[in-house]
Ligand binder design. Sequence first.
Ligand SMILES: Nc1ncnc2c1ncn2[C@@H]1O[C@H](COP(=O)(O)OP(=O)(O)OP(=O)(O)O)[C@@H](O)[C@H]1O
Ligand SMILES: [Mg+2]
Length: 288
Amino acid sequence: MVASRQPDDFVPPGRKPGGSGAGPDAPPAIEADHIDCGYGGDPILRDLSFSVRRGEIFFIIGGSGCGKSTLLRHLIGLNRPSSGDVRFFGDSFLEADAVHRRDLLRRFGVLYQGGALWSSLTLLENVALPLEEYTTLDARERAELAAFKLSQVGLAGYESYYPAEISGGMKKRAGLARALALDPQIVFFDEPSAGLDPITSRKLDELILQVRELLGTTCVVVSHELDSIFSIADRVLMLEKSARGAIATGDPRELALSSPDERVREFLSRGPRPGGEKGFDTAPRPAH
Ligand SMILES: Nc1ncnc2c1ncn2[C@@H]1O[C@H](COP(=O)(O)OP(=O)(O)OP(=O)(O)O)[C@@H](O)[C@H]1O
Ligand SMILES: [Mg+2]
């Protein structure tokens, strides 16, 4: 049996997130330090700084086009900030050499929208893929660990299914099992609720909470689903398009009530305005 590695910053169930076994002086899980993010022209996000605490469920929120996905891409190394630095547990991601970078990449997992599973591979094979790339486990150990990861997300018994044979919610869970395969200290979620019905979406929120409680994993979630924000976020970073950066950071419940910025209160109390945001279409529906 392959033992599951415990992160350095394990948060026991029931403990307040943000506390950690790593000590009060331990660096945060993620630090964005004066980063500029964009695609070559004017930056979409300018001089952005924030940090994510260990064991925290941290949401990146804001209206459509404000740069949430852009920020995520720059945090996980798909794009490089044109200035500033990103540090994971105090180690610079941007200055790391190839070997160190690979080591840092191992420390986080990403759940892409739609799960991003390989359609020609079974769920077990999909989850075993990162184990093949990053570990020296043999085939039997990889299969054993992949089956364990699938069971952690409630997919025991579905090991030999192909992605086309399971529902959208199950695909997200399989994607999460794959993201958790290497026992990452941080998991990034890109719009986890997109395309899911409210009940499935709530179950996924519960799964994110469980992952944090059981494994102490730091979770960074890009989302504009108010239900998820209020039920599982410890803190949010709210981006705004015209500000080209963040206009609020903090507990969403407190921000909704008492942010000095009206845009923040409005976003968190009513959701985005009609037509301004996908998923919040409040226009009258045609009769059938
Ligand atoms: N690959 C790209 N090349 C150039 N510009 C891009 C690219 N991806 C996004 N953009 C631009 O960056 C800005 C922010 O887009 P981004 O996708 O980050 O917004 P978002 O907050 O994730 O929006 P949504 O909620 O609709 O997903 C937009 O103006 C968009 O047109
Ligand atoms: Mg996006």
